[in-house]
Design a protein around this ligand. Structure first.
Ligand code: NAD
Length: 472
């Protein structure tokens, strides 16, 4: 769908006019393009609080990103130590001395705060970010790494929890399409930082900001994979894949190497065949709420040797204020958006349709986090998706399967095009990017969780909402 306001605001005349009357100018976000490297291109400044343990994985990840020039902030206490670490890992890292007057620009700022033990030591954040935060390039990336607070005690837990407030506030300040994220990592699981660093330091996370991801020990090592085709040899199922976000997910998973089964209801057969044809996938014409749907999906899984990735994307809205809501609206939304998913997961796992290394990813919504007027049925179903992630993460972890949710905010699709104009405009602008996201933004986030590199990420809910004001 097109965003006319954004197009006019970015024209040369529009820029001058909108700027003069202080209207927001939504930046044209830099998204990944075919042929492009997956990392952001430009200078990345790294830093770490004393005693931090994530920095080795940060440096090792950046070593694999020749398009990122690494620099270390020279006027922090442990700069020499960081330089030495970088040298040992074979990363060439310049020294950068912060200077208010210079015109250095940074495409990325990465700070490892895992060593912070109490609120006093949070000062390390100010020391690192204060001199450089105004030097961010357009669509830059900020990543803070912390230690999982729930696994800490006392002052360390307090201080680590504080990183959320810091990162989310930074996300709201930095503008110009820049994003800020926080990754909490368990002690000993630092290698699991590689996947979130790859995603958050890439143009693929263009519309994701203010998010918190938890990384934990994976339990087993993923087989070798290629970062450029991480899903090669994998089989994926995408429900509701004939259009909108589902079609984008199918395309991105196929781009990453997966063979995709695209599922949708029989009336969508033409669109379904078109999507499958474009990506060399196959189709399953099925209503996921049908009594035999779990068995049909499990049989299909058996036929192809099991699914590695299942994306529960099919979803509907049937909006009405609760007092006016017919019973059938309630039943339909709850059945499609959550109950069917539980039945499908149960049958797939019971029948061996998904095994070790499996990925289940479900689409929640900002309405399931913040609630929304006229959407008691939808909000309930999408909060239930978050409940599903929480309820099954431990049981599935024992089987080597991860389960995560992606919660879109305002995404430009047929679903949102149908919203009345004023409500649509409000939804579009009420976020730190002043614009709606694209289906591909949701799809890239799904692909991030689907990657073999994300074995240590489970039980997460990541919003793809440009840091929307609702539910932040
Ligand atoms: P869409 O209506 O364009 O696509 C949904 C697809 O699901 C359709 O192809 C539909 O036929 C299919 N589907 C519906 N019921 C089905 C059933 N019983 N069995 C099989 N397939 C079924 O919607 P979209 O905007 O692409 O949304 C995709 C997902 O993202 C949904 O879960 C939606 O709730 C969620 N979401 C969307 C937005 C947004 O801004 N568009 C925001 C938050 C969440």
């Amino acid at each position: 769908m097109s965003d006319t306001y954004q197009a006019i605001a970015n024209s040369s005349m529009g820029k001058a006019l909108f700027g003069a009357i202080n209207l927001p100018i939504p930046v044209i976000l830099e998204r990944w393009q075919p042929g492009q490297a997956s990392f952001i291109k430009g200078r990345v400044l790294v830093g770490a609080a004393n005693g931090s343990t994530g920095i080795d994985t940060v440096l090792a990840t950046l070593k694999g990103a020749p398009e990122a020039q690494v620099a270390v902030l020279a006027n922090t206490g442990n700069a020499t130590e960081l330089q030495k670490k970088a040298g040992k890992l074979g990363v060439s890292a310049d020294n950068y001395t912060a200077n208010r007057e210079d015109d250095a620009k940074f495409k990325g700022l990465v700070f490892d705060a895992t060593g912070i033990q109490n609120p006093d030591e949070l000062k390390a954040l100010w020391e690192f970010f204060h001199p450089v935060i105004r030097k961010l390039d357009k669509c830059a990336r900020v990543v803070v790494i912390g230690r999982t607070p729930e696994k800490q005690t006392g002052a360390a837990r307090v201080a680590q929890r504080a990183l959320e407030g810091f990162t989310r506030s930074v996300g709201k300040e930095i503008k110009k399409g820049a994003t800020a994220q926080l990754v909490y990592v368990d002690e000993g699981a630092e290698a699991q930082l590689a996947s979130p660093l790859h995603f958050f330091l890439s143009p693929k996370s263009a519309y994701v900001s203010g998010q918190v991801v938890r990384a934990t020990e994976a339990g087993f090592k993923a087989a070798k994979f290629d970062w450029d085709k991480p899903l090669a040899g994998k089989k994926a199922l995408v429900t509701g894949g004939s259009r909108g976000i589902g079609a984008a997910i199918a395309e991105v998973l196929a781009r990453d190497g997966a063979t995709v089964t695209v599922l949708d209801i029989p009336p969508m057969a033409d669109d379904l065949n078109q999507v499958a044809g474009q990506i060399g996938g196959d189709t399953l014409e099925l209503d996921i709420t049908a009594d035999d749907a779990p068995a049909t999906i499990a049989a299909k899984a058996k036929e192809i040797g099991g699914y590695d990735v299942v994306v529960h994307n099919a979803g509907v809205t049937r909006d009405k204020m609760l007092g006016n809501m017919p019973e059938k609206f309630w039943d339909m939304v709850l059945n499609i958006n959550i109950a069917s998913q539980l039945r499908i997961n149960e049958k797939l796992l019971a029948d061996g349709g998904m095994g070790k290394g499996g990925r289940i990813i479900s689409i929640s919504s900002i309405a399931g986090i913040a609630g929304n007027l006229g959407q008691t049925n939808y909000g309930t179903s999408k909060a239930a998706v978050i409940g599903m992630i929480d309820a099954y993460k431990d049981e599935y972890a024992e089987k080597g399967i991860t389960i995560n949710a992606v919660a879109p905010g305002f995404i430009e699709t047929q679903m949102t095009a149908a919203i009345p104009f004023t409500i649509r405009e409000a939804g579009r602008r009420m976020n730190a990017m002043n614009q709606g996201g694209q289906p591909v933004d949701v799809a890239e986030t799904i692909a991030f969780f689907a990657s073999p590199a994300s074995q240590g990420l489970t039980g997460n809910v990541v919003r793809v909402c440009g840091q929307m004001l609702l539910g932040a």
